[in-house]
Write a protein that binds this ligand. Structure first.
Ligand SMILES: C[S@@+](CC[C@H](N)C(=O)[O-])C[C@H]1O[C@@H](n2cnc3c(N)ncnc32)[C@H](O)[C@@H]1O
Length: 408
């Protein structure tokens, strides 16, 4: 393989803040450059595109902006909400009203009595936000909630997105690692925690969001809360002509873990148990109780994963950790089920592109791209190709690939 650089523009970091793509950060979101490049090369005007692992909606926005019909699914209700809000058409009057209401509510933050302020029950809340910031966020959130009956859902959603941006920018969350972690306790945050600074962040977020809405949405996509392992229950047979997607990787990245601050504030999560239960529904989920479930998950004898070295690979990992062996096995069993379903909903000659990363467990390399390629072939797809896209970290030999195929 040729040496590939750490091409950051091919990650979510390439998704500019002042566009719809950059509204909220999702570490494993793929780059709009990757998606648009594939669309430039392969999309035809009458294509119906599917992204079964919608995430923050990158493919859905890219299709919507160029007038391509697109269906997206995700198992996470917060992400479905975010992607729907991102791909909506907002009238100039709505954008003006959003700006106006946003300017008004920040003026009143200090006047909200403490006893009406609600704070989310996220574990170790004080690790996320300083007490003063928490009260200000609570006061801002209180006003957004109070407006729910008085303004349109569209404007309410825009306020919630601006709120999410302030929530994360004024938290101690650090994104310098592959996934989110906390900054050391004594290190000051990015911003001083005063009302003035919070107000500036709010205003900047509102401006960014309002500006980004100028990009026209030509065809709004259809975005569903749905399991990618059951596509045929949602999408008619032969309906899809192009698939561009980035599924979870088998690398123990938990989307719930990453999204907790937003999901708790916006009411999608109320406790740690529910967070683990939700992650258990996701492919590759590994947060909280999901880990206990994986530990008890029996690897089926008829797992159907056709990769020739699969049993050996699982055996090698199990020598170090039975739990991780089950985790990896379950990931591929789930992906196999998804690919079988994908075959039903794609039409003849449909092209399929998966952006995936490999991973290592105790120096055992899991060649995700090769296993997915084998599974695509076994499902009936042909013209299988694996193209390296970029190196994922500077430390380990971890790569991202485009695995592509076509239905005969
Ligand atoms: C790598 S992320 C996709 C990121 C996306 N391409 C973007 O740009 O934001 C994988 C997504 O798959 C979703 N997911 C996991 N299991 C799923 C399932 N069974 N059905 C549908 N979506 C699922 C996760 O919630 C996550 O949003």
């Amino acid at each position: 393989m040729p040496p590939l650089g750490l091409a950051f523009h091919l990650t979510q970091r390439g998704n500019a803040q002042h566009t719809r793509y950059g509204w909220l950060r999702l570490t494993p979101a793929y780059s709009v450059h990757t998606v648009t490049d594939l669309l430039n090369r392969y999309a035809l005007a009458d294509d119906v595109v599917l992204d079964p692992f919608c995430g923050s909606g990158t493919a859905a926005v890219a299709c919507a902006e160029r007038g391509l019909a697109c269906i997206s699914t995700d198992i996470n209700l917060f992400l479905v909400w975010l992607a729907q809000a991102k791909t909506r058409i907002y009238s100039p009057a709505e954008v003006d009203q959003f700006r106006q209401i946003a300017a008004e509510i920040i003026q009143h933050v200090e006047t909200i009595p403490r006893d009406v302020i609600w704070l989310p029950e996220i574990h170790q809340r004080e690790k996320w936000w300083d007490a003063e910031v928490l009260q200000l966020l609570g006061a801002l959130w209180y006003q957004i909630q109070q407006l729910r009956q008085q303004i349109s859902e569209s404007i309410h959603d825009l306020l919630k997105i601006a709120f999410c941006r302030v929530v994360i920018l004024h938290s101690h969350a650090s994104f310098s690692h592959q996934s989110m972690s906390f900054k050391p306790a004594r290190q000051p945050g990015l911003f001083a925690r005063t009302l003035d600074d919070l107000g500036l962040t709010w205003q900047a977020s509102v401006n960014d969001i309002a500006r980004s809405l100028q990009t026209p949405i030509i065809v709004p996509p259809a975005i569903y809360l749905h399991d990618a392992r059951q596509l045929s229950a949602l999408i008619p047979r032969n309906a899809i002509s192009l698939v561009i997607t980035s599924p979870p990787y088998p690398n123990r990245m938990s989307y719930i873990r990453e999204l907790r601050p937003y999901m708790y504030w916006l009411g999608y999560l109320n406790n740690g148990r529910d967070a683990g239960e939700l992650d258990w529904q996701a492919i590759g989920g590994t947060w909280g109780i999901a880990t206990s479930y994986i530990g008890r998950w029996p690897i089926p004898d008829d797992h159907g994963v056709v990769y020739p070295h699969f049993a050996e690979l699982i055996q090698q990992i199990s020598q170090h950790s039975d739990l991780l062996a089950r985790y990896v096995a379950k990931y591929f069993v789930d992906m196999r089920q998804h690919i079988a379903e994908l075959y039903h909903v794609t039409r003849p000659h449909a092209r399929v592109f998966y952006i995936v990363g490999n991973s290592t467990f105790y120096d055992v390399l899991v060649p995700t791209e090769q296993i997915l390629a084998s599974m695509l072939q076994a499902a009936g797809f042909s013209q299988i190709d694996i193209t390296p896209l970029r190196k994922r970290t500077s430390k380990k030999e971890l790569y991202e690939y485009i695995v592509s195929a076509q239905k005969a």
